[in-house]
Design a protein around this ligand. Structure first.
Ligand code: PEP
Ligand code: MN
Length: 331
């Protein structure tokens, strides 16, 4: 249930409403909006007795939230969330492009690619220091050394950094170095990691699991938000289907459908969806056309020698083309 406050409700009145919600045995999370504040009640199993709440100063009305997810729902917050990180805004209309290699392999590799993607207009550099790999024998990432390289990339290029935390053990250190913390597809339902991600101070990029429904993705985002971190960016990265010409199937309908259900921004990763660089530009065009708030794209200057995901990594010049295509779509 949502307790909607009057336009002129004071902070004290909001605080009193939260206290009353706690007295009832639930939690109240304030959701400040452009027009008015609402307090979302979470933790209730059934209907909430709202007669006392309705008599309180500053309270306008109560509205039932019908969905199982509350904080991520558009019923709770009608305006789209805009996440400001440095001088970029995710969800504000201008697509935010995050690009870089699958994995940080060396300082030279990361800096070379970062200089290219910056030149072509990317605002965020992606690169995994901790890699979740299907095989335990595949390259697992450089770990902390990779994070130090990412810091150098930020210092030298001014690009923001998105990199993945794969478990509890590396979340803290990733938080220290990253501007945006990625939670990968394989961890979308790692609920204890999601709860911890809800307690960090950095925005979270939450990737959809490859067999996860949209409701499950939104419930995963709810785990993060219910711990207090409201800065969640969703990411569609392809789901597993019977189609056998691509690594995954990019679910473009997820974008309008999530935009309807939730106020959170959503970006698209065409690289892991396609599995082949030839399809990355057309899929990116589609993603922007259906309203994605940005892209997460793999780029490598020497993909045939990449330690992971070379087949789906764009050459730098191709990334330049992609940026031009996106620019054209926006006019
Ligand atoms: C990645 O972004 O490199 C990655 C491992 O992605 P996903 O979690 O979507 O497979
Ligand atoms: Mn990858």
């Amino acid at each position: 249930m949502l307790v909607v406050m009057k336009n002129d409700a004071t902070k004290e009145q909001v605080r009193a409403v939260i206290q009353e919600i706690e007295r009832l045995g639930y939690r109240g999370i304030p959701m400040p909006g452009a027009q008015r504040t609402a307090v979302c009640i979470i933790g209730n199993k059934g209907p909430v007795e709202d007669s006392q709440l309705l008599t309180m100063d500053g309270v306008k009305e109560t509205i039932p939230v019908t969905k199982a997810y509350k904080l991520v729902s558009r019923e709770t917050q009608a305006e789209s969330t805009v996440i400001s990180i440095g001088d970029i805004k995710v969800g504000a209309g201008e697509p935010v492009i995050m690009a870089g290699p699958c994995a940080v392999e060396s300082e030279e590799q990361a800096l070379t690619i970062a200089r290219f993607v910056k030149e072509y207009g990317a605002k965020v550099f992606r690169g995994g220091a901790f890699k979740p790999r299907t095989s335990p024998y595949s390259f697992q990432g450089l770990g902390e050394k990779g994070l130090e390289i990412l810091e150098k990339v930020r210092n030298e290029t001014g690009l923001l950094i998105v990199t993945e935390a794969t478990d509890h053990a590396n979340l803290d250190i990733v938080e220290k170095y990253a501007d945006i913390i990625q939670i990968g597809a394989r961890n979308m339902q790692n609920y204890s990691l999601l709860r911890l991600a809800g307690q960090v101070s950095k925005p979270i990029l939450l990737k959809r699991g490859f067999a996860a429904t949209i409701d499950e993705l939104l419930m995963a985002a709810e785990y993060i938000m219910s711990e207090g971190n409201t800065q969640v960016i969703l990411c569609e990265r392809g789901i597993r289907t019977f189609s056998d010409t691509t690594r995954n199937t990019l679910d473009l309908s997820a974008i309008p459908s999530i935009k309807e259900a939730s106020h959170l921004p959503i970006i698209v990763d065409p690289s892991h969806a396609a599995g082949r660089r030839e399809y990355v530009i057309p899929l990116s065009r589609g993603a922007i056309a259906v309203g994605a708030d940005g892209l997460l794209v793999e780029v490598h200057h020497d993909p045939s020698h990449a330690l992971s995901d070379g087949m789906q990594s764009l050459y730098p010049q191709q990334f330049g083309e992609l940026m031009k295509e996106i620019e054209k779509l926006r006019h």
